[in-house]
Design a protein around this ligand. Sequence first.
Ligand SMILES: Cc1cc2nc3c(=O)[nH]c(=O)nc-3n(C[C@H](O)[C@H](O)[C@H](O)COP(=O)(O)OP(=O)(O)OC[C@H]3O[C@@H](n4cnc5c(N)ncnc54)[C@H](O)[C@@H]3O)c2cc1C
Ligand code: FES
Ligand code: FES
Length: 487
Amino acid sequence: MKKIKVNKIRFWLNEKLIVTECLPSETALELVHRMGMQSVKEVCSEGDCGACTIAVGSLDESGFHYRSVTACIYPATKLHGTHVMTTEGLGTPDDMHIIQSTLYENHASQCGFCTPGIVMSVFALFVENLEPTLDEFKTALEGNLCRCTGYRHIVIAGEELIETMHEGIFSADVILPGYAGAIQEDLKNNKTVIEQVEREYYDHLPVDDYYKPTTLSDALDYLRSKPNIICGATDLFVEANIRREFKHRYLDISGIPEFNGIEQINSEIRLGATVTLDEAATNQMIIDNFPALCETVAIMSSQQIRNVATFAGNICNASPIADGTSALMGLNATVELMNSEGCTRIVKLKDFYLGYKKMEMREDELLSAIYLPIKEYGYSGFIKSSKRTNVDISSVNSCLSIDVKHDIIEEITISYGGVKECTALALETMEFLKGKRVTTELISEAMEIVSKEFTPISDVRGSDEYRSLLIKNHLKKHFLRMEGEEL
Ligand SMILES: Cc1cc2nc3c(=O)[nH]c(=O)nc-3n(C[C@H](O)[C@H](O)[C@H](O)COP(=O)(O)OP(=O)(O)OC[C@H]3O[C@@H](n4cnc5c(N)ncnc54)[C@H](O)[C@@H]3O)c2cc1C
Ligand code: FES
Ligand code: FES
């Protein structure tokens, strides 16, 4: 037996208040099953299929919001202080919720295994946006797979729901159950801190502690013990579920106010470490200044993952094919690292990687913020080559930002992912292009240079030859886009 710390959490599950202890490695899926919510299904256990989608409601500066998340990779501790909705809380076979009945009447469910997850993704969409477009409906469902119905009937049901809402036949309370108002009030008034209790447990339980503080000083104190930082957990809990790789101790920084928020500081935009992909892509300052970043998020993962995953996690996971990292590097980002004393230092993202999964970050440091310089780019864009458009891993990705004055390239940054052991800049090509006039011949020469700059490997996502071709073609595509053309 060994001692572990379990977390005593308080949250609402549909209509019921839950106060329970959860293990440090427990997922939201395990917890809601333990509470009898059998509609939440498990298939892939890695956030890919959406069968386990739940809606998690929580309070932030802009009010109370519900977001879809994949429960299989969502740490149970994160449910503290939230309102969790599953289909059990929406309707029953005899008294279906409008989303359930519309799917049912349009034959949008056959075996039904995927249906509760689809219902909750659609619920999270409508509860936040009563009149979505069909594209928004499809985006909300990018992370929900269905093996047997085929998507046509699901889309038809979506069209009907959208039409019904546009006609104003129903109001918001047809989507959000009546009991939710009192629960939201309770959560606003009862902001309790997670209590930790020591328990004797079997030796083989891999995780000792999952600590989620709410103050910076508590987080920094704990950082001295060199824990594993966790934010959205969309990489870490996949590793835990699929590869059975658990870390000894987790420090969840998602509740630290100092690491949150997007703000302009002088001529830079600061993205706090806990800002999610979705928050970034819907922020007006990001939309206005960094459309390439929004473009990147739109083809990253699924809505459920974008609701919790962070750019900081994408950078620190140090995957050579991380999309967010490639985009940020191409936009000349810097990162702020904070140590356990609270001291910070700034490192350029282009200098952050020292090799495969090796970073310029000490054991007692964490990434506290990302800074993006605001520049008048003539063009900036992100390209991802993958087998599927959505919820797929890149074979090669790239980001190019350029400032051209009177046809002369004044500044250019080109980053690539999937071409070596870490995301990197195409330095020789950048050097070659800088100060030159943009012509067809110049682009052809640059394509030859960039193809020699990297020697990619072959793996399941592409052969070395294919990747080398992509490297060249991405560069051409960026220049065509810059000229307003597309391949
Ligand atoms: C279904 C699915 C689809 C996905 N699709 C894509 C995709 O299309 N493109 C893509 O690039 N990625 C994708 N991912 C990977 C993942 O979502 C991203 O890498 C995400 O940005 C990670 O953020 P997180 O906050 O969840 O990280 P976490 O899982 O919390 O952490 C990831 C790593 O970073 C470290 N870390 C996190 N935050 C900090 C910090 N502030 N300081 C220091 N270390 C830190 C952790 O210790 C861990 O090693 C996908 C994942 C899933 C499950
Ligand atoms: S079980 Fe597939 S996303 Fe959770
Ligand atoms: S209805 Fe069978 S998987 Fe979707």
